[in-house]
Design a protein around this ligand. Structure first.
Ligand SMILES: Nc1ncnc2c1ncn2[C@@H]1O[C@H](COP(=O)(O)OP(=O)(O)OP(=O)(O)O)[C@@H](O)[C@H]1O
Length: 289
């Protein structure tokens, strides 16, 4: 599938939620859509999923306008923090309803996930806790196996073991049935290993779109004896400093050349990749200054 967004604007009254947003997604991989609260993630995803129409600009999915386009929409599943408070059906009946509109839906995989998330089969969905409703969204997203699957902060309310099941299943199912997945989050640190490519939104604009590994190679973490670390990083841009007794760990922003890395190692320093979390905090902070 190809999703192309060109010069998109979305206004709510006189508030601009998205401004001149352009990007293209082409591959069967996991895209992370990152942004702070209010950055515009849900606004953007709801346009991608045709729940909303842009105020300006264009979006095409495989060359077609997806809005009210049944042919395109059957290929996209959008999971968000939806309320199930009126849903009296039990989970199997509910999923059977979804299966009718999703040609790739795998009910036996859905049942496997119901067991993994320990969801009760007899209970009406409206009586599910918040975390259980999020697990239901995960099951719909994974078992539907649509060419495009969009998870908008779908982990809300899920406890750590459930989120762990989600992340593992996501990676496994994406490997077995490659498709385009878009995951929005501001919980960057625990999800960063999932992303192949990252789109960073800030205040309604795209700050960057980049391959995960190339992005995290834009910085490094230097750890070792405080004085040696201080000397090594003195002319570098420091974005995070941690003091650990006589040791120090400094996160720098800017690519380190191989000879600089070797020099650090020769001085007994440890050089490790920067975390996406540190980059995220730094890049969004800097823009806000
Ligand atoms: N229905 C609406 N009416 C008016 N303003 C809105 C509406 N929905 C969103 N906004 C505003 O648009 C901006 C973007 O909101 P959006 O929900 O897209 O952000 P987000 O990145 O998903 O945030 P979060 O991480 O907090 O969920 C915010 O300033 C928000 O207040």
């Amino acid at each position: 599938m190809n999703i192309k967004v060109e010069n998109l604007n979305l206004n709510y009254g006189n508030h601009t939620a998205l401004e001149d947003v352009s990007f293209e997604l082409n591959e069967n991989k996991i895209y992370g859509l990152l942004g702070r609260n209010g950055a515009g993630k849900t606004s953007l995803l709801s346009i991608l999923a045709s729940f909303n129409k842009p105020s300006k600009g264009a979006i095409t999915v495989d060359g077609e306008d997806p809005f009210e386009n049944a042919n395109i929409m059957q290929h996209i599943t959008f999971l968000y923090d939806k309320s199930y408070k009126n849903e009296a059906e039990d989970i199997i009946n509910f999923l059977e309803g979804i299966e009718r509109y999703r040609p790739n839906f795998d009910m036996s995989y859905a049942e496997e996930l119901i067991e993994k998330f320990k969801l009760q089969k007899k209970k009406p969905i409206k009586e599910f806790s918040k975390g259980m409703q999020s697990a239901l969204n995960v099951i719909i997203g994974l078992a539907s196996r649509t060419p495009v699957t969009i998870f908008d902060e779908v982990y809300l309310g899920m406890d750590a073991p459930s989120r762990d099941i989600f992340y593992k299943e996501l990676l496994k199912d994406q490997q077995d049935y490659p498709r385009m997945m878009i995951l929005s989050t501001h919980l960057v640190s625990e999800m960063e290993y999932l992303f192949d490519e990252v789109i960073l939104l800030n205040k309604g604009k795209v700050l960057l779109q980049e391959d995960f590994h190339s992005l995290i190679s834009k910085g490094a973490s230097i750890t070792g004896n405080t004085e040696i670390v201080d000397d090594f990083v003195k002319n570098m841009r420091q974005i995070n400093v941690k003091q650990l007794g006589g040791m120090k760990s400094v996160t720098i922003y800017g690519e380190l050349h191989d000879d600089q890395k070797q020099a650090a190692v020769d001085k007994g320093l440890d050089v490790s990749p920067i975390s996406l979390h540190d980059l995220f905090v730094h890049l969004t902070e800097e823009e806000n200054e």
